[in-house]
Design a protein. Structure first.
Lengths: 384, 73, 47
């Protein structure tokens, strides 16, 4: 009889070990699930993340990313701490991205640099608020508007902030269509937004499309070797696509690999959001600073847009500056919409996609430089 | 009466046509939806007037410069 | 706070990003000069 009671006892243990923090986190997980399923906001990310949060916070389940030897812990150690997941995502990203508009009109590449300024303003702010250097760099990279880059940098330097940083990066990417337009309108007159640019697609030779990822990959990696895993994979993905002879590999990269990794990445990130490391003041600060980062990216992008409008004697629509963030293709779409709102004849999409692809390269470059400076100064990961 | 021709701005596929010949449209109304670069883009009426001609139909693959619609105003 | 760290990072980051992207625009121009688009399969460009 005693054996029977002992056996029953172990069944109820979960309820007895439930803390209020895990209760809150499980509710947050359910909220994410509701947003993903009920409101259809980024379901591909929110469902794995939301369920990961629920699983990770259930007591005794041994499914938190930090639970030594647990299944999710194994995935987390091999996929995220080694940076394999974010790097693999970049192959898919490269296969999806079309550098065509950028190659046809290379001047828009410059917008991709201006769209990264928010990263560094946020870095200064985070340092000012007393974050350690490693944490400040990880928070600032939210301004790259790029989930995998943010995860890559944060997992390298500040693992405690990884859940907050990655959730902030992905949420703000999704919120780009809401965050950017008011800034774009505030910084331009209707007349500027209405500037027409010939929508015409210019063609580039297939040879250029093939040579670009190879030569640009070599050049950028020689300049900033620390970013090689990201840049290398991005260019590899793009080369697979443009080569035109390995459609099977392109298909695997942009579908199978990207989807598998997104699922596992989401699950691991979710399961690493625990009461202890998420329910704290720093998380709110991370979200706040991340917002400033994307806000400032847009502002500096627009400022450059206005400058280039003047230099080009009014031929370039300043809205394109906002597409310099690497939220691909959200920013390009926002630019297209705002341009069309100001002038129904306007069709900026082609140019905006070019600037947006430039932003993708720009954000990887900015992250690579940060990694290079960190290693140059001999600053390693926080807390081992 | 003047005529305004709306042309295809970018290579893509027409998803749907939202107006028919004889419809009165206002500036900014959606004429059709064009899918390009994996995005659905509305093509808008540049002037207020009457649709007198439509050059595309749903599912049609289009190239820049092709005629989408003519509006008389 | 460590201003010198933050400012070094900002200056290096923006400078290198800008210069690299500028170099890439030059590279693209060069590639387009070497291999101009020759209406490889179809003649369609009107504008």
């Amino acid at each position: 009889m005693d054996v029977f009671i002992d056996a029953l006892n172990s069944l109820g243990q979960g309820f007895l070990n439930l803390t209020w923090q895990s209760g809150i986190m499980i509710s947050i997980g359910c909220l994410l699930l509701y947003l993903g399923i009920g409101r259809k906001i980024e379901p591909l990310l929110l469902i794995p993340i939301g369920f990961g949060v629920v699983l990770g916070n259930l007591p005794l389940a041994n499914l938190a990313a930090q639970d030594e030897g647990g299944v999710i812990n194994l995935l987390y150690n091999t996929g995220i701490l080694t940076e394999i997941f974010p790097v693999l995502l970049f192959v898919g990203l490269g296969a999806m991205i079309d550098f065509g508009p950028l190659l046809a009109n290379p001047i828009v590449l410059i917008f991709g640099a201006a769209g990264q300024f928010g990263i560094f303003i946020t870095l200064l702010l985070a340092l000012g608020l007393g974050f350690a250097k490693q944490e400040a760099v990880s928070i600032a990279v939210i301004g790259a508007c790029d989930g995998p880059t943010a995860i890559y940098v944060a997992s390298k330097f500040a693992r405690d902030l990884l859940p907050a940083v990655s959730i902030a990066a992905y949420s703000y990417m999704a919120l780009v269509p809401i965050i950017q337009p008011p800034i774009m309108r505030a910084m331009t007159t209707k007349k500027e937004r209405a500037i027409l640019m010939p929508p015409g697609e210019k063609h580039v030779s297939q040879r250029v499309k093939i040579l670009f990822p190879i030569i640009a990959g070599i050049l950028t990696i020689l300049i900033a070797p620390m970013g090689a895993p990201l840049m290398g994979m991005l260019m590899l993905g793009n080369l697979l696509k443009e080569s035109g002879v390995v459609s099977r590999l392109v298909d695997v990269s942009e579908n199978t690999i990207a989807n598998t990794v997104t699922l596992l990445l989401g699950l691991c990130i979710g399961a690493s959001m625990l009461g202890g490391n998420f329910l704290k003041w720093d998380t709110i600060l991370v979200f706040l600073l991340g917002f400033i980062a994307i806000f400032m990216d847009t502002v500096t992008g627009m400022l450059l847009g206005k400058l280039i409008k003047v230099i080009s004697k009014g031929k370039i629509n300043p809205l394109l500056g906002a597409a310099g963030t690497s939220a691909f293709p959200m920013s390009a779409r926002v630019v297209q919409k705002e341009g069309q709102k100001a002038n129904p004849r306007s069709f900026l999409l082609w140019h905006a996609i070019g600037a947006n692809a430039g932003g993708q390269i720009g954000s990887v470059m900015a992250a690579s430089v940060m990694l290079a400076v960190m290693s140059g100064l001999g600053i390693g990961p926080l807390g081992g | 009466m003047s005529r305004e021709t709306i042309e295809v701005p970018i290579t893509g596929k027409i998803i749907s046509v939202e107006v028919k010949v004889g419809d009165a449209v206002k500036e900014g109304d959606v004429i059709c939806i064009l899918e390009s670069m994996k995005m659905e883009n509305p093509i808008l009426a540049a002037v207020s007037g009457t649709v007198v001609e439509i050059g595309v139909k749903a599912e049609q693959v289009v190239k820049p410069g092709e005629k989408i619609a003519v509006i008389e105003y | 706070m460590d201003w010198s760290f933050g400012l070094t990072m900002t200056a290096a980051g923006m400078a290198v990003t800008f210069i690299t992207l500028y170099l890439l625009t030059l590279l693209i121009r060069l590639l387009n000069k070497l291999f101009p688009f020759k209406n490889e399969e179809e003649k369609k460009s009107k504008t």
